[in-house]
Design a protein around this ligand. Structure first.
Ligand code: FES
Length: 156
């Protein structure tokens, strides 16, 4: 930070890169994905609000948790652009992700259960193996091409 620069000043892309630990290229990428935004200085250079630092932290943490940029953008759309996310904002965004993490844990537990039933089997049967063919709706009707044989998918 240069001498005399106020704490509320906007950041250049270089300053944002230095403070966030991200590359300039990564920051441009996140801006192109509408995860952060900038204004232009009179000279045409990008100027980022200081809140971009916390937004970038949230993006990186969310990516580390396995969320897509689309999920992250959707969650961040609830944040006001012009201020640093508050503690309450963080709680709300975190709750949004906790529900998704719970769903993933349930899916992984089901996967582990399926794997356990396959250990020592090795058949890799399209008809029987829930790991090889996990979405096979027709498997409950029995072996063979069940829908061609006249069975119909259950309505959900
Ligand atoms: S490997 Fe045989 S049921 Fe999965």
């Amino acid at each position: 930070m240069t001498a005399g620069k106020k704490k509320t000043d906007a950041l250049t892309i270089g300053e944002l890169a230095e403070r966030s630990g991200l590359s300039v290229t990564a920051i441009r990428f996140y801006e192109s994905k509408d995860l952060i935004s900038s204004n232009r200085s009179p000279g045409g250079q990008r100027r980022f609000p200081r809140s971009s630092l916390r937004r970038l932290s949230f993006v990186k943490i969310s990516q580390n948790l396995g969320f897509s940029l689309g999920d992250i953008r959707e969650a961040m759309a609830t944040l006001p652009d012009s201020r640093t996310p508050s503690k309450r904002d963080w709680e709300i965004l975190s709750q949004h992700f906790v529900a998704d993490i719970d769903r993933r844990i349930a899916g992984l537990e089901q996967l582990r259960e399926n794997l356990t039933s396959c250990i020592g089997c090795g058949c890799l049967s399209l008809a029987r193996c829930r790991l090889y063919n996990p979405q096979d709706e027709a498997s409950g009707f029995g072996q063979g091409p069940r829908f061609l044989m006249g069975d119909r998918p259950e309505k959900t």
